[in-house]
Ligand binder design. Structure first.
Ligand SMILES: NC(=O)c1ccc[n+]([C@@H]2O[C@H](COP(=O)([O-])OP(=O)(O)OC[C@H]3O[C@@H](n4cnc5c(N)ncnc54)[C@H](OP(=O)(O)O)[C@@H]3O)[C@@H](O)[C@H]2O)c1
Length: 243
């Protein structure tokens, strides 16, 4: 399998690269930090069929698309690159808000605009979106992140409906807290925090099973789902209390 993983230089993406490094798989690892990608490629070359790195900023859409064109068809893309701007009670500066949307949402369409015609032609392919449990509930302190991931869910759902009869599988993953550079910035208690290895294994399991929508850890997902079933006034009280 030829697999493109974005955001492969750290955290979940880096660990997914390890999990998919096997003699059958050709890995293409994309991120901005070249040194990190090179070190990871050196580590994985003995285990994988091949490892290629692409140094790219996913917000530089034209350059990104040129680089994706050079890859040609792939069997699976894991759209994992993502950022958070932390939790803040102040108004998010517009530039930061836009950057977050560029990375977490728009870069995915920039990539898929190039890859989808290949998937359609080969009548197969997997598209994996790494969303977040944060997409299911908007914390006042992380509106940009939550809303970008909720928009990503809607986008992923549209892609899934549109291509469901054309051999293209779409998997949307909603992780809770997983240890990474992104969560290392959080100073609050993170319930049900998983190690990066645990997170990557769960994500691989969901991809292998071709789950359309996979939210984990289950207990955290159930709590958020229950909260969403409450009447709005009660939910507002609880969210404000947590915030
Ligand atoms: N950790 C969690 O608890 C958690 C929970 C739910 C969802 N997620 C999602 O999981 C994904 C991975 O996050 P993580 O926790 O593993 O965080 P991370 O360790 O900070 O990894 C983020 C990755 O995205 C890449 N990236 C960021 N901006 C980029 C840009 N402009 N161009 C190219 N690559 C860029 C980073 O690479 P470079 O800096 O080298 O470019 C890095 O490889 C994200 O989509 C995140 O929203 C994480």
């Amino acid at each position: 399998m030829k697999i493109l993983i974005t955001g492969a230089s750290s955290g979940i993406g880096e660990e997914l690269a390890r999990v998919y490094a096997s003699p059958q798989n050709k890995l293409i690892l994309l991120a901005r930090r070249e040194e990190r990608l090179k070190n990871l490629a050196d580590e994985l070359i003995p285990h994988a069929k091949s490892v290629e790195i692409i140094v790219a900023d996913v917000t530089l859409f034209d350059e990104l698309q040129e680089k994706i064109k050079l890859i040609g068809p792939v069997d699976m893309v894991i759209l994992n690159a993502g950022i958070s701007i932390g939790h803040s009670q102040s108004i998010t500066p517009f530039k930061e808000f836009k950057k977050l949307y560029d990375v977490n949402l728009l870069s995915n369409h920039a990539i898929l605009e190039i890859l989808l015609p290949h998937f359609i032609a080969q009548k197969s392919g997997k598209i994996v979106f790494i969303s977040s449990l944060a997409s299911l509930i908007s914390m006042p302190s992380a509106k940009a992140y939550s809303s970008s991931k909720r928009a990503l869910n809607a986008y992923a759902e549209g892609i899934r409906y549109k291509f469901k009869n054309r051999g293209i599988k779409v998997v949307t993953i909603l992780p809770g807290f997983i240890k990474s550079e992104l969560t290392d910035k959080n100073s609050f208690h993170m319930p049900f925090l998983l190690s990066t290895e645990q997170g990557a294994q769960k994500i691989k399991h969901a991809i292998d099973k071709e789950k359309r929508f996979y939210a984990f850890p289950l207990r955290f997902y159930l709590i958020i789902s229950l909260l969403n079933l409450l009447p709005q006034f009660l939910r507002d009280k609880i969210v404000n209390f947590i915030n």
